[in-house]
Design a protein around this ligand. Structure first.
Ligand code: NDP
Length: 286
């Protein structure tokens, strides 16, 4: 039987609808309008598209956005200064520096300079540490979005085998933690994993985040598994595909996300959610 398709666009829309109500309430109750600043250094076309989509999504729910464009030649110090200014700005509750930045800018130092209370990407070591120690505040958007999608399937997570392919700070590692907190047994695979196929074949929940086009095929997947495809890969013909071969996988999986229209919209929805949380926290502290 063909898999249920987990519609990221539809789930993201319902998240935005809930957030729009919360934003209105925050405005009327506390006089606070959530504000997100997005810093884009350079002219990378893909980054420009991501940034535009983030601004549009913010507008839809009533979040103010500030678009900060810096030239590809901007120095590390100039980007740091921008972050420091935004840290001090009371109208800005979330700061996002679109990565990667040009070579001369040290991404790690930039992330570490963001006020953890405004770290809506959840990449700051304090945000990561809180997640690791079970006191999550700002959780990275993509893994959070994946959890919302899993929730939408109604599948019981407790006790399930979860396999995550990829161990990055922004997806794989936090994903494993979030799944563990829902009482799954997570296994993280990476480029040195010896028999990845064997691991994948045991997965009740599979999260693919390697950035390898269509690497996981239907014959590798456990029948009935929930398959979440985080990967976004552009093929030579211009089309976008995930890390999972959707056509073969959907014949075996119980539920599966498409690419595009799966995790991508949820990542943005969770960015909005983190921004609204940050604004609420700031309103509580005033
Ligand atoms: P990274 O490049 O930081 O990490 C990729 C991970 O995959 C690494 O841990 C790497 O292992 C592992 N990997 C690479 N090749 C293989 C392989 N053949 N077998 C097993 N593991 C492998 O990528 P990100 O985590 O940033 O992103 C992963 C994918 O998700 C990309 O396609 C990216 O575009 C997409 N993405 C999508 C988002 C969305 O909103 N939909 C958001 C963020 C990312 P090792 O550590 O050993 O090198």
């Amino acid at each position: 039987m063909a898999a249920e398709i987990i519609d990221g666009k539809a789930i993201a829309k319902s998240v935005r609808e809930e957030l729009a109500v919360e934003v209105e309430q925050l405005k009327s109750d506390a006089g606070v309008t959530p504000g997100l600043a997005v810093v884009l250094v350079g002219e990378d076309p893909a980054s420009k598209v991501y940034v535009r989509n983030k601004h549009r999504a913010c507008e839809r729910v009533g979040i103010n956005t500030r678009d900060i464009r810096m030239s590809a030649e901007a120095s590390h110090e100039e980007v740091m200064e921008q972050v420091h200014n935004l840290n001090e700005d009371p109208d800005i509750h979330g700061i996002l520096v679109q990565l990667p930045t040009p070579e001369q800018v040290d991404d790690e130092e930039i992330i570490n300079a963001i006020d953890p209370a405004k770290d809506v990407d959840g990449f700051h070591p304090i945000s990561m540490g809180k997640l690791l120690t079970g006191q999550p505040e700002m959780v990275p958007c993509t893994p959070r979005g994946v959890m919302r999608m899993l929730e939408s399937t109604g599948v019981e997570l407790s006790g399930k085998e979860a396999v995550i392919v990829g161990r990055s700070n922004i997806v794989g590692k936090p994903q494993a933690l979030l799944l563990m907190y829902e009482h799954c047994t997570p296994t993280i695979c990476h480029s040195r994993t010896r028999d990845m196929t064997e691991h994948i074949s045991r997965a009740d929940i599979l999260v693919a985040a390697a950035g390898m086009p269509q690497m996981i095929t239907g014959d590798m997947i456990k029948p009935g598994a929930v398959v979440i495809d985080v990967g976004i890969n552009r093929l030579d013909d211009g089309s976008l595909v995930g890390d999972v071969d959707f056509d073969s996988a959907k014949e075996v999986a119980g539920a599966i996300t498409p690419v595009p229209g799966g995790v991508g919209p949820m990542t943005i929805a969770m960015l909005l959610d983190n921004t609204v949380r940050a604004a609420k926290n700031s309103a509580c502290c005033c």
